[in-house]
Ligand binder design. Structure first.
Ligand code: DAH
Length: 364
């Protein structure tokens, strides 16, 4: 019996040895050791043997099973290694072939302009802040000196959320000015920040979309004057439009959160159908284009943020980013910014791979 098993074992081993591929080895494993396999079947006969037989035959069968199993494993590894060696020798990669043509993505003009603004203001020592787009009534209006029933609220075409219990309902912020409040409430002055971000108003035509972008600026320190505001805005506009002979006109205006307030116009020309920034709007062939709102922060706003307005003053401004992008890069319809049309983004977008045409900042 035992020599019989030895012979069978030798047969399996020589078949395993002769197997040419890992698949052949696997076929032999199933034939020998699988559920219906020959060796498995023989193992099952052990139960019917006398204890005496089981002692000798059992050991021999176990031995055969182990030997065959090990041989299969070894042969498989050898064949798999050989297969890999063959492939490595046979296949080659031609690194001179052109790469498959894949369209690169584009940087949206809004993102590009936000980067440009952050870079310009970083050079002036401004930090970038953000605030929630779902805002509460107090930060969006009340703390900015726009109390309930103030006519300025009506001008904002606010999107409100359904009321939840007591208190004013939450809203989508109508401007980036609440970030002023959040910064003054959480940081001790001196403060120099910009806050770019999305804002929302129920409005839609060629120059208005329900969602658009603003950038807020805020400086709070001792002895800040309108002179600082004028210099900062002039420096920013020159750097952003990459034009030196920028002329700004400060027009008296009204915002509840600034006093005095000024709307700022930039001199420009539309000669030849294209906009070019520069020169005074009072010159022949030129005109004034409104670009932003600004002013000295109203002392009531400073008080509302628990600061002493006799010690701390400053200026603030708010600019439409989308409008800045349109003026600098020549788009005419704001709605196209948010349509997601690939042809538009390929035309107006910026390559992520080339160095962006940043203004280089101040003094560059
Ligand atoms: N929050 C104003 C708006 O959305 C813009 C603005 C005007 C912001 C004057 C300011 C400012 O900080 O001083 O219409």
């Amino acid at each position: 019996m035992s020599s019989d098993i030895d012979k069978e074992s030798a047969d399996w081993l020589s078949r395993i040895d002769a197997a040419a591929t890992p698949a052949d080895v696997e076929a032999i494993r199933i034939e020998a050791l699988g559920k219906q396999g020959a060796i498995t079947a023989r193992m099952k006969t052990l139960g019917k043997m006398t204890p005496e037989e089981r002692k000798t035959v059992g050991a021999a069968l176990n031995n055969m099973r182990q030997t065959v199993q090990d041989a299969i494993q070894t042969r498989k590894v050898t064949l798999e290694d050989a297969e890999l060696d063959n492939r490595l020798a046979a296949e080659s990669v031609d690194i001179t072939l052109p790469v498959a043509d894949r369209l690169p993505g584009h940087i949206h003009p809004i993102s590009q302009v936000m980067d440009e603004l952050a870079e310009i203001f970083a050079d002036l020592g401004f930090a970038v802040k953000s605030g929630p787009e779902i805002e509460d009534d107090w930060h969006n209006f009340t703390a900015l000196n726009i109390p309930e029933h103030h006519p300025a609220r009506a001008m904002h075409d606010t999107f409100y959320f359904p009321a939840e219990g007591e208190g004013a309902p939450k809203l989508l912020r109508t401007h980036t000015s609440p970030v002023q409040i959040r910064t003054m409430m959480s940081e001790a002055p001196p403060i120099r920040i910009i806050a770019p971000g999305r804002v929302y108003r129920s409005d839609s035509d060629a120059t208005h979309t329900p969602m658009f972008h603003q950038i807020e600026g805020l400086v709070i320190d001792r002895d800040i004057t309108m002179g600082h505001l004028k210099w900062t805005l002039e420096t920013f506009v020159k750097a952003f439009f990459e034009v030196d002979d920028v002329v700004l006109r400060f027009r008296p205006s009204y915002f509840p959160f600034t006093e005095p307030s000024a709307e700022v116009d930039v001199g420009c020309s539309f000669a030849g159908g294209t906009l070019s920034i520069g020169g005074s709007g009072d010159e022949e062939g030129r005109e004034w284009l409104e670009i932003l709102g600004s002013g000295m922060v109203n002392r009531r706003v400073i008080e509302m943020c628990n600061l002493d307005p006799d010690e701390w003053q400053g200026f603030a401004f708010g600019v439409g980013i989308d409008r800045l992008a349109m003026l600098k890069y020549g788009m005419t319809d704001l709605r196209a910014f948010f349509d997601g049309d690939l042809r538009w983004i390929r035309h107006y977008g910026f390559s992520p791979f080339s160095v962006p045409t940043l203004s280089g900042g101040v003094g560059a």
